[in-house]
Design a protein around this ligand. Structure first.
Ligand SMILES: [Fe+2]
Length: 257
């Protein structure tokens, strides 16, 4: 049985990957769906999002955006050129893509500003409780776990589902029209980049994970990857819920007053 995985099929087709990876993606789908189908994107997409929720989202997600290249750097530290095909692939890809991430923090601040959340607020404002779980989890898994687990949790899981929801919001005419005309293009830049660019990025991450793991990894290793990927989705979902909870809590207070 040949354990070495080398992709021959198209990058963006699940059937190009080993059966264990196809099963893994399917097993993680319910957790991913809870992020992809979150109310937050409907609120943005239909132009119904209120300022408090948008502020919570922008401030609460900031650390994940800002620290994302560092998570990739934590993974880069684990690679060693020449050790394996997976190491070589991961090293080349991480070096290249850390650079790609360079401007994304700035684009996030542009999005926030266009959406009415001042950059000072994003940089210094207090994030809602519970919204830092995803960034803390990424730091933990990239710092302490294997290269495959770190890449699966961040570049596959986080970026993958981010591509899903960015596409939804970016495609919404109502959202774009609700933004001030001046600077609209800059405001939408982050969304535009993540909707398109993340199209292939998470697939590339999956290819790296499969190259590192081979065709026949031990079931417990696959179970661990599943746990890591699901934890990324769950922490994102929890953070989104917390952004909304604050809003509901405030409304309840207003109604009671
Ligand atoms: Fe990015």
């Amino acid at each position: 049985m040949n354990n070495h995985f080398e992709r021959t099929g198209p990058l963006t087709e699940l059937t190009s990957y080993p059966q264990w990876a196809q099963d893994l993606v399917a097993a993680c789908e319910p957790a991913r769906r809870r992020v992809r189908d979150h109310l937050m994107w409907d609120l943005m997409g239909t132009g119904r999002i209120d300022h408090a929720t948008m502020r919570n989202f922008m401030v609460g997600t900031w650390s994940l955006i800002e620290r994302f290249p560092s998570f990739m750097a934590q993974n880069l530290l684990k690679t060693q050129y020449g050790r394996s095909a997976g190491d070589n692939l991961a090293r080349r890809w991480l070096v290249r893509n850390i650079r790609v991430e360079q401007n994304h923090a700035e684009y996030w601040l542009d999005w926030a500003e266009g959406a009415g959340v001042a950059r000072e607020e994003v940089l210094k404002g207090r994030p809602p409780r519970g919204t830092q779980a995803a960034a803390e989890w990424c730091h933990e898994v990239c710092g302490r776990d294997t290269l495959a687990a770190g890449i699966a949790a961040t570049n596959y899981a986080i970026e993958g589902v981010t591509g899903d929801w960015s596409q939804k919001v970016y495609d919404s005419v109502a959202y774009a029209q609700g933004l001030p005309q001046a600077g609209r293009k800059a405001t939408l830049r982050w969304l535009q980049l993540h909707a398109a660019y993340d199209d292939t990025h998470p697939w590339e991450a999956l290819e790296i994970v499969c190259t590192l793991m081979g065709n026949h990894p031990a079931p417990e290793e696959v179970a661990h990857l599943q746990e890591c990927i699901e934890r990324s989705y769950v922490s994102l979902h929890y953070g989104l819920e917390r952004c909304l909870v604050q809003e509901v809590a405030e409304q309840v207070e207003e109604q009671a007053a």
